[in-house]
Ligand binder design. Structure first.
Ligand SMILES: *Cc1c(COP(=O)(O)O)cnc(C)c1O
Length: 433
């Protein structure tokens, strides 16, 4: 199923990955614009054009550069940001700010001010402290902002526990205690500068089942009913978050988008009918589903260490700093030896990163052809939460990012240099002597 050219090299988005590694160096993030646009097209076809009153936003924390903002804008999707830095990136890329939604559980005064001044479309307010700040800032700036409340419907996602966020014991959102939520909604209904449009929940990530979304909607619909009856509050928008699972390895069996979106829309209709509510606008915000499978990372194999009767470690020129997910979540990845696509997978190796951490293992027990130093390893499905999570641990410069469009590779993020690493450093004068 993988793409191979006449030189037996792995091709990605029509480009020879061995040639890319040679031209741009390794480690290298390679991203396919066509694959991103294909996913956006699927969102349009199976969701935006299929239903009335629906919207989709790309959760930019998965992978954000100014070029990515341009792609998402041209596809007609909105953009989720979770920090001042992400917001600033979108603003600098000229992304229409009315289509930006600002998330996060601890937005600062400065971040909120940046959002208010730039007329960000929605602020997803996570807590009362944030509401207080926003109230003050909007008054000061003489602006009216539209918000959603993030709520925690108290549902547990079936995924790795570190990335479950919809349960009650969560740092995200306002718990659905009846008095609490009533008070805060009543308060905002009286506000001159803040307009509450509805609610947001995000149940988790890398989800493969749709019933958890249905359960979430059931809980929120009950809330909508109570608020309508109790306060006369009408929920106009309901944001069901992201989290649609993708294929990292052959163990993952992702569902098509409509498996989730049809279930969400059906649940909304059933619940609203049951409680005699008007249908709100429904918003989804996939991140990894849009970009995850659209990226690969290329590494060069260096040292190969065979420990007889135990295992063989093959070390790469990157690892934990450019992909922390295996260390952080025990995330699994699949990989190919890009320059040996015709050879039999006759050996098993463990792919080790080059950090001084024994936990820096990218892939355990990968079947490969016999390896040599200089081979190019292509790790698959690294488009999401790799570049965006990269660090400089061990002072490794962060990799470059190449975007491929119509088989043409274009650098969209330069490789960091050693001088970049020193850019912000200052030696106090008394230490210079
Ligand atoms: C992270 C996040 C998403 C996207 O999650 P994916 O698993 O990448 O789809 C969507 N909404 C919110 C609020 C998030 O925090």
């Amino acid at each position: 199923m993988e793409n191979v050219n006449y030189e037996n090299h792995f091709t990605f988005a029509g480009c020879d990955t061995v040639a890319l590694a040679e031209e741009f160096g390794t480690p290298l993030y390679v991203v396919s614009e066509e694959m991103i646009r294909e996913r956006c097209g699927e969102i349009r076809e199976n969701f935006l054009n299929k239903y009335k009153n629906v919207k989709a936003a790309y959760a930019s924390k998965a992978f954000l550069t100014m070029a990515m903002c341009k792609i998402i804008e041209s596809e007609g999707l909105g953009l989720d940001v979770v920090s001042g830095g992400e917001l600033y990136t979108a603003i600098k890329a000229g992304f229409p700010t009315e289509n930006i939604m600002f998330h996060g559980n601890n937005k600062s005064w400065e971040e909120l001010e940046l959002a208010v001044i730039n007329d960000v479309g929605r602020i997803i307010v996570d807590n009362i402290y944030e509401l207080d700040l926003l109230e003050e800032i909007t008054k000061q700036q003489n602006k009216k902002m539209k918000i959603l409340f993030r709520v925690t419907p108290g549902i547990k996602g079936e995924t790795h526990e570190y990335i479950v966020t919809g349960q009650k014991d969560s740092k995200f959102g306002i718990p659905l205690e009846p008095e609490k939520i009533n008070d805060v909604v009543a308060r905002v209904m009286d506000s001159e500068n803040i307009e509450l449009m509805g609610f947001h929940f995000h149940l988790g990530s890398q989800l493969f089942e749709n019933h958890i979304y249905k359960a979430g909607i059931e809980v929120i619909a009950k809330l909508m009913k109570d608020l309508k009856e109790g306060l006369g509050f009408i929920t106009k928008e309901l944001n069901a978050g992201g989290g649609f699972g993708i294929r990292y390895t052959s163990e993952d069996h992702p569902q098509p988008l409509h498996y989730f979106t049809d279930a969400i829309m059906e649940a909304v209709e059933i619940q609203c009918c049951k409680h005699n509510l008007d249908l709100p606008t429904i918003i989804i915000e996939p991140g990894r589903w849009i970009v995850g499978e659209a990226g690969v990372t290329l590494y060069t194999i260096g040292s190969i260490k065979e420990i007889p009767n135990i295992r063989t470690y093959a070390s790469i020129d990157g690892g934990l700093p450019d992909n922390p997910r295996p260390a952080l979540y025990k995330a699994k990845y699949d990989a190919l030896v890009a320059n040996k696509m015709n050879e039999e997978l006759s050996t098993t190796v463990t792919i080790a990163g080059k950090c001084c951490e024994s936990g820096d293992i990218l892939i355990w027990d990968l079947d490969t052809p016999p390896l040599e130093a200089g081979d190019i390893l292509a790790v698959l499905s690294t488009g999401a939460y790799n570049f965006s999570m990269a660090s400089n641990y061990n002072r490794l410069p962060r990799p470059a990012v190449v975007l491929i469009n119509k088989e043409h590779p274009e650098l969209i993020v330069e490789r960091e240099s050693y001088d970049h690493l020193l850019d912000r450093e200052i030696i106090p004068s008394y230490l210079k002597k």
